[in-house]
Design a protein around this ligand. Structure first.
Ligand code: NAD
Length: 337
């Protein structure tokens, strides 16, 4: 099977590529990205082809790649809350327009699409656990520009679904809930608010900046270790008895439900076990800030985000295995051991 991964140089793409190259020798990966930093260890390996390409400016070269594959993962996107509020049109151009083009190419050439939707599509839904078939997608007013990411993803989910109905597009939508692990972001270089929460906190510690928790840090997220996420993606690619076709799956760990405040405290405690962090962590505090101060006025938060993973369990035979302590330790070991 020929698998095209667009955005293969990112967090999810690099782990997916690695897993395929190491453990699924009969599959081949064509990896497209503007950057190869996180996949440089794979370049030159059997079954792995890297093409450096900017999909916003590829002169049509991407068309040929979609034509030549069996399945495409359109993973290239901006997934950083600060960019949602500071440069929402950049998010729309990449996350929606560029990925819509890939979806249309998949329809044209009859290819399978495995698309990363997001837990963010549920927005401010108040359900206890978000359900792929029944939960509402609840976003805020237009002036809260942060919703452009959620809406871009939701619209693509709807477009892909509609192509499935009209043109029999073979697709699977997966919704990651805060996947965490090695290579998440460059923690040694992160600017405030530009990276995801765990990497942001680690970066603050290294740079001896106080950890900001926004609006009291009562917001709840479910953290999922990358290997659990990749296990689900492999099952989706395998697609036993076509079980993943035209399906949507939440891929998250409901057992790792943590408030941002508790997460900050836990990371600070764990940091004391690492020689590279020990001194730095003594010099910082956890401080409260408002979302307007931290992200700007067009931010709006989601209080609680917990997935139901019953569908993924029943249909794919998948369930998350890695608990919160192990997930944070494995991630911190990667950066600081
Ligand atoms: P990431 O930011 O680590 O990776 C995205 C990759 O896309 C980067 O390597 C980047 O260089 C590449 N890219 C950006 N612009 C490009 C362009 N113009 N041309 C070619 N490549 C380009 O993100 P990730 O965490 O790996 O996420 C992958 C997908 O999963 C995204 O669509 C994201 O929205 C979605 N997602 C991720 C999570 C998560 O927990 N990590 C949660 C929900 C959804």
């Amino acid at each position: 099977m020929k698998i095209l991964i667009v955005g293969a140089g990112g967090f999810i793409g690099s782990h997916l590529s690695e897993e395929i190259i190491n453990n699924h020798k009969d599959w081949k990966v064509t990896a497209i990205d503007i950057s190869s930093e996180k996949i440089k260890h794979l370049i030159g390996k059997n079954g792995f082809d890297f093409i450096q390409m900017d999909i916003l400016n590829d002169g049509g070269a991407l068309d040929e790649q979609v034509k030549n594959c069996d399945v495409v993962f359109p993973l290239a996107a901006i997934a950083s809350p600060l960019v949602y509020v500071q440069n929402p049109l950049k998010v729309f151009e990449l996350d929606f327009e560029a990925n819509l083009r890939i979806v249309k190419l998949a329809v044209k050439y009859g290819k399978r699409v495995i698309f990363p939707s997001t837990s963010e599509v549920y927005g401010m839904c108040s359900d206890e656990a978000f359900d792929e078939e029944n939960s509402n997608c609840v976003t805020g007013p237009i002036c809260k520009q942060r919703w452009i990411y959620s809406c871009s993803k939701q619209m693509l989910d709807r477009v892909i679904y509609a192509y499935g109905v009209r043109d029999n597009l073979k697709y699977t939508l997966f919704r990651p809930f805060n996947w965490i692990g090695p290579r998440l972001d460059d923690v040694f270089n992160a600017n405030n608010g530009s990276s995801r929460v765990v990497s942001q906190f680690l970066s603050n510690i290294i740079h001896e900046k106080n950890i900001n928790i926004v609006d009291g840090g009562e917001q709840v997220r479910c953290f999922t270790y990358i290997s659990d996420g990749i296990d689900a993606l492999i099952k989706i690619i395998e697609n036993k008895d076509n079980c993943a076709d035209k399906q949507i799956f939440n891929i998250g760990n409901p057992n790792n439900e943590f408030s941002i405040k508790d997460l900050a405290n836990k990371i600070v405690q764990l940091a004391k076990n690492y020689d590279k962090l020990k001194e730095h962590v003594e010099k910082i505090k956890i401080v409260n800030t408002s979302h307007a101060e931290y992200y700007g006025k067009s931010y709006q938060d989601v209080n609680r985000r917990v997935p139901s993973v019953e569908r993924a369990q029943r249909i794919l035979g998948w369930k998350p295995m890695v608990d919160m302590d192990s997930l944070l330790t494995k991630t911190m070991d990667f950066y600081f051991k």
